[in-house]
Design a protein around this ligand. Structure first.
Ligand SMILES: Cc1cc2nc3c(=O)[nH]c(=O)nc-3n(C[C@H](O)[C@H](O)[C@H](O)COP(=O)(O)O)c2cc1C
Length: 212
């Protein structure tokens, strides 16, 4: 990618991106591929269940977070300019676990009902949950992309709690009005919305310009 093709992004972003074990590995793939296009650094946290779901949905022979990142990068259209730092899911003492480690936003894509429930109840049993808890307590930007259907009252209450605590609940519900032609279009739709919620301006799907 030449310098002139790089999109306009005001500042380098320092993000925390987590992948948990809900269906929707495709969304995480497109988010990471899109981040490759911007300058900045991402602390990447992947749960063991996310690796299992990724193997199932993407037919990817991966068994660790670094395998998963490598698999995605091998399928990325251009060499990335973004730095990814893999953080150990079990390491509740990693950088993202501390309130002193400032970042520009955290997203959990996709977010399982288990991780969502833990965060909604202030449980910090692993690095994803702890980093989310810290993001909320520091009044940072937290975006969760839940995937389940139908929702139980418990799921809905947990989403309400997170919204009340300042998180953005961004369901994995791609729109169809832009006439997606592929799964990848659906993946880009959600990845684009997540980036927008994180304050990253990157056009993955052309913006809706009225229906004329
Ligand atoms: C193939 C597969 C698909 C799954 N899909 C979902 C899902 O869409 N939503 C969800 O909340 N959990 C789903 N689960 C269950 C979670 O992976 C499970 O609750 C796990 O404990 C979540 O752990 P984590 O949040 O630490 O990744 C799925 C599990 C598997 C194996």
């Amino acid at each position: 990618m030449s310098e002139s093709e790089l999109p306009e992004v005001e500042n380098e972003k320092r993000l925390v991106i987590a992948i948990s074990g809900a269906s929707g590995s495709l969304y995480a793939l497109h988010l990471i591929q899109a981040l490759n296009r911007i300058r900045g650094t991402t602390q990447l946290i992947v749960s063991p269940s996310a690796i299992r779901v990724f193997r199932q949905e993407m037919e990817a022979n991966v068994s660790s977070a670094s395998d998963l990142l490598g698999w995605i990068q091998e399928r990325s259209p251009a060499p990335g300019i973004h730095q990814f730092e893999i953080q150990n899911f079990a390491d509740i003492g990693a950088r993202a676990a501390s309130g002193s480690s400032h970042h520009d936003g955290m997203a959990i894509v996709p977010c399982s009902m288990k991780t969502l429930a833990s965060i909604a109840h202030g449980m910090s049993g692993n690095l994803i949950e702890r980093a989310a808890d810290v993001t909320l307590k520091e009044r940072g930007r937290l975006v969760v992309v839940p995937r389940e259907t139908p929702y139980s009252l418990i799921h809905l209450r947990n989403m309400t709690s997170l919204t009340e605590a300042g998180a953005i609940v961004l369901p994995a519900s791609p729109g169809f009005y832009h006439r997606p032609a592929s799964f990848d279009d659906l993946g880009r739709f959600i990845a684009g919305r997540v980036l927008s919620a994180l304050g990253v301006r990157l056009e993955l799907i052309p913006p809706w310009d009225g229906d004329s």
